[in-house]
Design a protein around this ligand. Structure first.
Ligand code: NI
Length: 136
């Protein structure tokens, strides 16, 4: 029997989506407003989901205090109120799309969570656009 526990978090961050191999016109066509050279912000909503067996001693899948602290130190402290392209090393050469941000978040959290637990990241870039990454 496996149960999934979920923790919501939030960060504000700026980004620009851009492929340096392309013309400005093509970037504008593909990325729209997100290609703005002067950057722009999003209110990112993050859901971190951890799935596994219930520990019979605690009744927990994972201690949510620990998960909360992990998200604060690994993700919020690194991303909140930052320009992702300029200030977050992972995005120096990686386009900070919601897809890529979710993979970076997964990679930062995975080593800190018990290997018997499954980790899934859901990231909302807008209330209607969100992505999910489970490590596949
Ligand atoms: Ni954008």
């Amino acid at each position: 029997m496996k149960v999934t526990v979920n923790r919501k978090a939030h960060f504000n961050a700026a980004h620009r989506l851009y492929n340096s191999d392309w013309t400005d016109a093509r970037n504008a066509t593909v990325f729209g407003k997100c290609a703005n050279p002067n950057y722009h912000g999003h209110n990112y909503e993050l859901i971190v989901s951890v799935k596994g067996e219930i520990n019979p001693e605690t009744g927990f899948v994972m201690d949510m205090k620990i998960l909360k602290a992990l998200i604060e130190t690994e993700i919020e402290a690194e991303f909140d109120h930052k320009n992702l392209n300029v200030e977050v090393s992972e995005f120096k050469t990686l386009n900070p799309t919601a897809e890529n941000i979710s993979v970076v978040i997964w990679n930062k959290l995975r080593p800190n969570i018990d290997k018997n637990l499954e980790l899934s990241i859901t990231l909302y870039e807008t209330p209607r656009n969100f992505v999910t990454y489970t490590g596949d």
